[in-house]
Write a protein that binds this ligand. Structure first.
Ligand code: ADP
Ligand code: MG
Length: 620
């Protein structure tokens, strides 16, 4: 039989390898920035267009390349950083696999300019899909510039797989921040579509963190420092009262390389035990230094996961040093008049000395109770109390269909025209929905109806009610807004502020009133009626993080994403006690919805049980 195995041609092998190294524009950003750092640059510029889909460019003032190296760097396994296997265990560079440039060149149009300090002239090389197009001598400044255009031009499937610009941009910002945080002594600038997003002069690591994440960050941080034989730890963690709902700012660096580690993350969470509100996450920026031979970085193609020799010891040291810092710097809650005290009420620290702080949780804390600061708006007023209101509610949609056909088309929102509750109950049954409701397990609301009973999931039902309210408000541009007595100053990073300005119209349509936008904060003087003052910052934070992470999935417009995210944040949660009136309002609100059967995330909101079903169960 004839032999059938063949060696793949290089350009095919490179394309396959590219699949591992280059998943999205952010991967190119990471590799190019790391190469610039390895080239000992002190000034690195990142320039992107269209969230990196049309251009990723990195310009450095590093050592540059000779003519031979300028050609060789695009070969697979071509690296100047290691020579033999043993070098893998004494790494001082970011790169070592020699495959990034070969991979990138295989799937994009690359233009490289490079000049070494001692040379008169530099080299200008163009390479497309692994093919050299041109190579010329050129007058250039010292250093290297890589421009990567039309990523995945020859792999349309991969190109189509890319997410929205907001999501891809978020990934790029993440990579940029990781490298910039790992190297505070290097000057970094970052431009997106011609506007400067970050300008980070050389500084110490605390200043670098503040420059990236806005001035407000400074007061949130507690320093961590620990020196042992197997690891030295330095960095900062956030005070527990500044913990966020989203996982945003969590960074581990090992020997100046950003890494992900669920295990070490767990060590940190263990240090915060008892200090965080439910579901909240601390920020951390931790720099670990370990002897290079005690780690293996070569276990993952993107080099973001590593293996430690003695993980258990590391875990224990990390946890205790953070506990120590929290105890030392953060035993008493900060008196901060800008903060809404309501956010802190269920929590207070018992111990005022440096022992492990404990908390008391008010189990009866109920966001529905009368003590709620903005009583007039939430929640009873927002649930539809009477059936008679349904008629006017529906007419909103009807008016919408007749009057603003184009608007509906533009926002891709499709409203069906069938009767709102027709499929559920006939009229006589609907009348009875309000008769008597029972809440069970602080989770379900049981409601007898003529034919049996409905069991409503309170959290999902409320999500549905809020979702439709937000969507309606945004579509008809008529949201009710509650004026704040004192405008709120909310601080965000530059990147978040950019996203807020993109979303501004949609947010105004939900009821937000923006008084001013400054360099690092916004001033809000009005908020949607179904949001309380103390919820505003969490809702916006969650919204920004949802949109940037690309969740909720399957949203068909920006309005839809916003409505989903806000409904999710604001809906009453499982575990909340509801009064009978609130239960009724919720059930009525749900069945006044356009699509009461499912939550905005397509989960069932209620089930029905007919009397016959019950009879059957008893007939055994
Ligand atoms: P690795 O970084 O793993 O060595 P790369 O494919 O990223 O592999 O780069 C290949 C080689 O090209 C590097 O080892 C380095 O010698 C050279 N190189 C890449 N980028 C630069 C740069 N910005 N400045 C100078 N040399 C560079
Ligand atoms: Mg590299």
């Amino acid at each position: 039989m004839s032999s059938i195995i063949q060696l793949l041609p290089d350009h095919v092998a490179n394309q396959i390898a590219a699949g591992e190294v280059v998943q999205r524009p952010a991967s190119v950003v990471k590799e190019l920035l790391e190469n610039a750092v390895d080239a000992k640059a002190t000034d690195i510029k990142l320039i992107i267009k269209d969230a990196g889909k049309s251009l990723v460019q990195v310009i450095d003032n590093g050592v540059g390349m000779s003519v031979t190296d300028a050609r060789l760097c695009f070969e697979r396994h071509a690296t100047s950083k290691i020579r033999q296997a043993e070098d893998l265990f004494s790494l001082h560079t970011k790169g070592f696999r020699g495959e990034a440039l070969a991979s990138i060149a295989a799937i994009a149009h690359v233009e490289m300019k490079t000049k070494q300090d001692q040379e008169e002239l530099g080299h200008h090389i163009i390479i497309e899909g692994s093919k050299f197009v041109s190579q010329e001598l050129a007058v250039l400044p010292k250093g290297t510039s890589f421009a990567v255009k039309n990523l995945f031009f020859n792999i349309p499937a991969r190109r189509n797989f890319l997410k929205s610009d907001v999501v891809e941009h978020r990934h790029i910002v993440d990579e940029f921040q990781r490298v910039a945080l790992a190297h505070p002594n290097i000057y970094f600038t970052f431009y997106h579509n011609g506007s400067e997003l970050f300008n980070l002069p050389p500084s110490n690591s605390r200043q670098r963190i503040v420059n990236i994440f806005s001035g407000k960050t400074n007061e949130k941080l507690v320093p961590v420092q620990e020196m042992t034989e197997i690891v030295s730890i330095q960095g900062f963690v956030s005070k527990p009262e500044f913990a966020k709902k989203s996982r945003g700012e969590q960074f581990f660096f090992v020997n100046n390389r950003y890494i992900k580690s669920g295990y070490l993350h767990h060590a940190i969470m263990a240090a915060y035990e008892g200090l965080l509100k439910d579901g909240c996450q601390p920020s951390y920026f931790l720099y670990l230094d370990v002897p290079p031979h005690t780690i293996d970085i070569n276990i993952h193609p993107t080099k973001t996961e590593i293996k430690f020799d003695d993980e258990h010891a590391l875990y224990a040291i990390l946890r205790s040093s953070i506990k120590h810092s929290l105890g030392q710097f953060n035993v008493a809650p900060v008196l901060d008049f800008d903060r809404d005290a309501n956010l802190d009420t269920p929590y207070h620290y018992k111990d005022l000395d440096a022992s492990v702080p404990t908390i008391q949780v008010d189990g009866n804390y109920n966001p529905f109770s009368q003590e709620k600061p903005v009583k007039q708006s939430y929640p009873a007023d927002n649930f539809r109390t009477k059936r008679s209101e349904t008629a006017s509610w529906e007419s909103l949609y009807i008016g919408l269909k007749n009057d603003t056909e184009t608007l509906v088309e533009n926002t891709e929102i499709h409203f069906e025209s069938e009767e709102v509750t027709a499929s559920l109950f006939d009229d006589s049954e609907v009348e009875k929905v309000v008769n008597k409701t029972y809440q069970i397990h602080k989770k379900y609301i049981v409601n007898p109806i003529k034919s049996g009973m409905v069991i409503v999931d309170q959290q999902r039902a409320h999500q549905r009610v809020l979702y439709e309210q937000f969507l309606t408000n945004m579509t008809i541009h008529q949201a009710a807004s509650q004026q704040l007595l004192f405008p709120l100053n909310l601080f965000f990073s530059k990147n978040e502020l950019e996203l807020i300005s993109e979303l501004k119209i949609a947010l105004v349509n939900t009821g937000f009133v923006f008084e001013a936008t400054a360099e690092d904060h916004i001033v809000i003087s009005g908020i949607p009626v179904n949001v309380t003052e103390s919820e505003v910052s969490l809702v916006l934070e969650q919204l920004l993080s949802d949109l940037q992470e690309g969740i909720p999935e399957n949203s068909f417009s920006q309005n839809d994403s916003i409505a989903k995210s806000m409904a999710k944040s604001l809906a009453v949660k499982t575990g909340t006690y509801l009064t009978e009136k609130e239960q009724e309002n919720l059930v009525n609100g749900l069945f006044a919805c356009k699509d009461p059967n499912v939550s905005p995330f397509q989960k069932p909101t209620f089930i029905t049980m007919r009397v016959e079903d019950l009879d059957k169960k008893f007939s055994i």
